[in-house]
Design a protein around this ligand. Structure first.
Ligand SMILES: NC(=O)c1ccc[n+]([C@@H]2O[C@H](COP(=O)([O-])OP(=O)(O)OC[C@H]3O[C@@H](n4cnc5c(N)ncnc54)[C@H](O)[C@@H]3O)[C@@H](O)[C@H]2O)c1
Ligand SMILES: [Zn+2]
Ligand SMILES: [Zn+2]
Length: 373
């Protein structure tokens, strides 16, 4: 089918997204075609434009956080049907590999190919200007239709508004799970969340769910700090320096049980500050993406080793779509998790560069592209 999509033709050059005609193939074996309601604007897609995450191919159809309705099922798909509502997750999970079988579906072997530029069978589903287009996360939600692997979609109830459900594809589970799973947060913890964007605000929601006593949000943007308070942060400050005396007073000088890093780009020198805020035995959770080839980091290794602190990576907040997408929907239904309030601004696909610019300027908790045609 012919439709439109937002493509990056020169990744790593800050040249922005080109909205133009694309052609999407019908679903092949174990794939579904989904008509999207909306796509979230996650900072990760910007990393391909600014080169923080280099990709070896072009063009790229961006977007990895969406929800919509299945309009066609490919051969071999027996458990989904036309008309089903689905969330598209940025990580597929096969359910069969050793990582899936051991409860680490966020690390499924299929995930290794999400930035490979081709569908799992090695061919292209999307074409533009007569050539194959690589799709972010096998998806490419910056288009009104997505031909997706069955293992990348999770069915949800029809009562969940699809334009809000789009955020359950990445930002909500990544942030929420960073608190709930990756940080292994405990009742009564004092926690610090560094960076209150679409991911960090959901780490705040996760910390509330886990019964953290103190939730200190750090963000240089005043609007983000106000939002953090609305979502349950007990304190909101603009820098680590400003957080330090508050933390010392709250914890009798010991520091936070968990420090979760959700800033836009993880710089190596941020670790020293995070480590200084972490109490002995505490956990630092790294959720933000750092430049892909960065090896330099500032951290006091003596202190980490001798005080039993843990550095914990967090991919997709350690969530597993088929388990956690329905769980997050249930929390939303029960009024325990905010989705509607996460969306600051909606955009048409044609305004996608404005949406990224607003994200970089700190104007949005989450911007969302809405497909209403
Ligand atoms: N690990 C994963 O699975 C996963 C999934 C999704 C996104 N991410 C990554 O998470 C990060 C956040 O994504 P997002 O969409 O929420 O980004 P965002 O741009 O919406 O939010 C980032 C926030 O960090 C704040 N910030 C920047 N520098 C800061 C600093 N030094 N101290 C405190 N706050 C600071 C900004 O003001 C902004 O509010 C990105 O690096 C993204 O690539 C990782
Ligand atoms: Zn994302
Ligand atoms: Zn797997």
């Amino acid at each position: 089918m012919k439709t439109k999509g937002a493509l990056l033709w020169e990744p790593g050059t800050n040249s922005g997204w080109s909205v133009e005609e694309i052609e999407i193939d019908p679903p092949k074996q174990h794939e579904v075609l989904v008509k999207l309601a909306a796509s979230g604007i996650c900072h990760s897609d910007n990393h391909f434009d600014d080169g923080v995450i280099p990709i070896p191919f072009a063009p790229l159809l961006g977007g990895h956080e969406g929800a919509g309705v299945i309009v066609e099922v490919g051969p071999g798909v027996t458990d989904l049907a036309v008309g089903d509502h689905v969330v598209m997750s940025f990580l597929p999970a096969c359910g069969h590999c050793d990582l899936c079988a051991s409860g680490r579906g966020n690390l499924c072997v299929l995930g290794a190919g999400i930035l490979g530029g081709v569908a799992p069978d090695g061919t292209h589903r999307v074409h533009a200007r007569g050539q194959g287009v690589g799709c972010m996360s096998y998806l490419g939600t910056f288009a009104p239709y997505v031909c997706a692997p069955r293992n990348s979609v999770t069915k949800i109830g029809k009562d969940i508004p699809l334009d809000k459900a789009a955020l359950i594809g990445c930002g909500v589970p990544t942030g929420w799970g960073s608190s709930v799973y990756a940080a292994d947060m405990q009742l009564g913890d004092t926690v610090v969340i560094l960076g209150i964007g679409g991911v960090g605000i959901n780490a705040v929601q996760g910390a509330v769910h886990k019964g953290a006593r103190d939730i200190i949000a750090i963000d240089p943007v005043a609007f983000k700090r106000d939002k953090a308070k609305e979502f349950g942060a007990t304190h909101a400050v603009s820098s680590i320096e400003e957080a330090a005396p508050i933390l010392a007073q709250l914890t009798n000088g010991q520091g936070a049980h968990r420090v979760i890093i959700t800033v836009g780009v993880l710089a190596g020198d941020l670790l020293a500050g995070a480590e200084a805020m972490t109490r002995p035995g505490g956990v630092m959770v790294l959720t933000s993406a750092a430049p892909a080839t960065q090896m330099d980091v500032q951290i006091n290794l003596f202190s980490v080793a001798m005080s039993g602190k843990r550095l914990q990576g967090s991919l997709y907040g350690d969530t597993i779509a088929r388990n956690d997408v329905p769980r997050i929907c249930d929390l939303y239904r029960g009024g325990k998790l905010k989705l509607d309030e996460l969306i600051t601004q909606t955009y048409r696909l044609e305004d996608i560069n404005q949406a990224f610019s607003d994200m970089k300027d700190g104007k949005n908790l989450r911007g969302v592209i809405v497909y209403d045609d």
